[in-house]
Design a binder for this molecule. Structure first.
Ligand code: RIB
Length: 311
């Protein structure tokens, strides 16, 4: 049901669920190195699930389309979605394959490195998305990422385009994308390293973010919202560039900050905000998500974002 019908913004998320294992560590090991870590925690993660939970906390009627295994990780995820008010009726349990797993290393400065074994996420297909077409087409905003195969992403964007639903593609993990995918997404939300990968620019090349974003627009993207960590975000179209500041906060753990940004952006758009206003709201949600360890415990709710807005 869209905002006009229910009064709440509706956000449909198509993507991944990963059981997360997070370890804090002095420094992320380089290849061949072993480093002793500190604490570790386990919990539900995955960019799709995180974004659906964040959208719900930020005030949307959120639904999630994905695949999990027949295991205890999946049970834990369904319990969480239930508690968080995320409609998970379009999440399918799959025999013979494990729920996705994400291993997250968080170093003292708050930066992270993540490895993901996709498991059941890799079995999400076009048919799953078509089965959930009602939710995708009726949503105010659809949000998808790249922790699944490309086929369900393409189907999501096609359904959204046909229905006139705004679609955000959060291109992570970044990979070379067919131009029509860039064109179909109304909004593309890479971070700096993802923008480099998408444009084929060397990770160490001396190039401004604005030029990366403009290159993505030239490649077919409609609106590029390039997230810049502590430097905020850029909203770039063929004719305009707007710089959005990041809130002044103490960073503890950046894991899931991008998920909070994308969810905040989706919720604000679903409420009728323009892309620049939506990116401002998203930037606050992103900042707040960096103030605590782990992902789900750190995802902010609406009150927290509004409190930060008023300070
Ligand atoms: O964005 C953070 C997420 O990335 C983690 O929850 C991990 O599972 C990976 O998907």
């Amino acid at each position: 049901m869209s905002t006009e019908q229910s009064g709440s913004p509706t956000v449909a998320v198509v993507g991944s669920d990963n059981h997360g294992i997070t370890m804090t560590i002095d420094s992320i090991p380089v290849p061949g190195e072993t480093v002793l870590g500190e604490d570790f925690t386990e919990g539900v993660g995955g960019k799709g699930s995180n974004q659906a939970i964040a959208a719900s906390r930020l005030g949307a009627d959120a639904s999630f389309v994905g695949r999990v295994g027949e295991d205890r990780y999946a049970d834990r995820a369904f319990d969480l979605w239930d508690r968080e008010g995320v409609d998970a009726t379009a999440v399918t349990r799959t025999d013979g394959i494990h729920t996705g797993v994400g291993i997250v290393l968080v170093e003292d400065a708050g930066e992270n490195a993540i490895g993901v074994a996709p498991g059941a996420n890799g079995t999400l297909d076009a048919g799953d998305v078509r089965d959930a077409a009602g939710a995708v087409e009726a949503a105010d905003v659809v949000l998808t990422q790249l922790e699944t195969e490309i086929e369900p992403v393409e189907t999501t964007l096609s359904l959204a385009t046909a229905a006139g639903t705004s679609a955000i593609l959060n291109p992570v993990p970044a990979t070379e994308l067919p131009p029509d995918l860039l064109e179909q997404a109304d909004f593309l939300t890479p971070n700096r390293s993802e923008a480099r990968l998408l444009t084929g620019v060397d990770p160490d090349a001396d190039i401004e973010d604005i030029d990366l974003a403009r290159d993505l627009v030239e490649m077919g993207a409609n609106v590029v919202v390039l997230t810049q960590g502590a430097d905020g975000a850029l909203v770039v179209t063929a004719s305009e560039v707007t710089s959005i500041p990041a809130p002044d906060i103490e960073v503890v753990d950046t894991t899931g900050a991008g998920d909070a940004f994308n969810a905040g952006f989706a919720v604000a758009l679903a409420e009728g905000a323009d892309p620049v206003e939506a990116a401002k709201f998203a930037s606050l949600a992103d900042g707040l998500a960096c103030t605590d360890y782990e992902v789900v415990p750190a995802l902010p709710d609406r009150d927290a974002v509004e409190l930060l807005t008023s300070t």
